[in-house]
Ligand binder design. Structure first.
Ligand code: PLP
Length: 453
């Protein structure tokens, strides 16, 4: 499929590829083993390469592109702001920064009324944890094994998943626990209710054995993202809130992936009416058009810094271009009903269609999700739940998933795959027609996985 508004330019692709190979050091990759697709442009739920191949984006890039590429209101806001004031240091006040903070606070639950801006999700978690340690005077933070919180030193150690292994120094002050995952229960639970009760009991025991007065915060993804789109049983997050309250521990919810409409609510916690002490965000706040993240801070936590300085800052905190993009994004989300659309998609399109695929494909072990945030978990054997590729696979073990991803791409669908899962995470603005077209392609491509059953 060719993009309608850009002429193919294969010569440009070769030049981009050559310069990339010579000079760009890519994240998470063995440099000699990758061949990144040179991307020429994007619009809405599609992007295209220089050869004119067009892809329907079922990944939202890194699950950040909630409003799709080139939203005219956001592009115009960035252009307007660039002509007016490209940068201003964080100790000045700025209209775009204050309006972005006001809008974010307006959509945040409870008394979370103040925003500390960062450049992305990792920095947001670093600062939220620092705030919690300063406010409580306690050293430890609890995070889940099945979690990703970022890639700098502290954030990587707060991360539970194998991405931490190569640089793990066993950082003091981080203690991990198991969260709920009914399909692969760490607690031998047979129902979601049992899983919920046992996961809460386990968390409380970890706290008791670590020493409640040594724990500053529990840091938790409201719906675990890259580690499987694990929607918690209904009582879990309210239960975590209650445990934190019992021991004077702050609750930090990492909404970097789940925030700003992804789950069909403004924030993941809204699905369960939970009010944390701190929320970290990034990605969807401006769909990643300009890097932006932040910590939304409760009045109670903010008050702790009324008379003592917060020891932390960033040159680009509240960058006016990023904040202008956030203001335009949030207003577009409000005016166009994008959050409601994401909820509708989950309920009427993605959920029903994926459940149907689970019936017809023997490789599908489970589908789960909310809004525009779904996972298809693939197995070799439904009875034993043996994973299609193992946890933390070697490149050779990952082959079945790579074949499946390639089958999607050949048909014009850009998927998000991780370990033994396909994450179905299109932009929240995707139309029913485009969503169904992407699901048709996924349905066909899943035959690749069925061959391994
Ligand atoms: N937290 C979660 C839940 C994430 O999914 C991510 C990134 O995928 C991060 C934190 C890190 O965000 P960033 O890559 O913007 O630093």
């Amino acid at each position: 499929m060719h993009s309608p508004n850009q002429q193919p330019d294969p010569g440009a692709a070769a030049a981009v590829r050559a310069a990339d190979r010579a000079h760009v050091f890519h994240s998470w990759s063995a440099q000699a083993h990758i061949d990144p697709l040179p991307v020429a442009g994007g619009e809405g739920v599609h992007f295209w390469d220089y050869d004119g191949n067009r892809y329907l984006d079922f990944s939202s890039q890194f699950v950040n592109l909630n409003i799709g590429h080139a939203h005219p209101r956001v592009v115009e806001a960035i252009q307007r702001q660039a002509a007016r004031l490209c940068t201003i240091a964080p100790h000045f006040a700025n209209d775009q920064r204050s309006e972005a903070a006001r809008l974010i606070a307006e959509h945040a639950p409870g008394d979370l009324n103040r925003v500390f801006f960062t450049n992305g999700g990792t920095e947001s978690n670093e600062h939220a944890v620092r705030m919690a340690r300063l406010v409580t005077g306690r050293p430890k933070v609890l995070s889940a094994y099945r979690s990703y919180h970022g890639a700098t030193h502290t954030a990587m150690h707060l991360t539970g998943d194998p991405r931490r292994w190569p640089t793990d120094t066993g950082t003091a002050g981080v203690v991990r626990f198991f969260g709920p995952y009914p399909y692969r229960s760490a607690f031998h639970a047979e129902t979601a209710e049992q899983e919920c009760a046992r996961a809460l009991e386990h968390l409380e025991q970890v706290i008791q054995f670590e020493g409640p007065t040594t724990i500053a915060a529990v840091l938790i993804e409201t719906i675990v993202g890259t580690n499987g789109i694990l929607v918690p049983p209904d009582g879990y997050l309210p239960g975590v809130r209650a445990i934190c309250d019992r021991y004077g521990i702050l609750l930090i919810t990492d909404e970097v992936m789940t925030g700003f409409g992804r789950t069909g609510a403004w924030f993941g916690v809204d699905n369960w009416g939970v009010v944390p002490d701190l929320i970290t965000f990034a990605k969807g706040v401006n769909s990643g058009y300009v890097p932006l993240g932040g910590v939304i801070i409760s009045d109670r936590v903010a008050a702790e810094f009324a008379d003592r300085p917060y020891p932390g800052g960033l040159t680009y905190s509240g960058h006016p271009l990023a904040c202008a993009a956030a203001v335009a994004t949030i207003r577009a989300m409000e005016d166009e009903g994008i959050v409601e659309h994401a909820a509708w998609l989950g309920e009427h399109v993605l959920g029903p269609r994926l459940r149907k695929m689970a019936e017809s494909h023997p490789s599908v072990g489970e589908v789960r999700g909310l809004g525009a945030f779904w996972a298809v978990e693939l197995v070799r054997d439904r009875r034993t739940r043996e994973m299609l590729v193992p946890f933390a696979p070697t490149p050779a073990q990952a082959a079945p998933m790579n074949e499946l991803a390639a089958a999607c791409r050949r048909r014009g669908l850009w998927p998000f795959t991780h370990f033994n899962r396909v994450h179905v995470v299109p932009p929240c603005v995707i139309s029913e027609q485009d969503a169904q077209r992407g699901l048709d392609i996924l349905d066909e491509a899943l035959e690749v996985a069925d061959h391994y059953v």
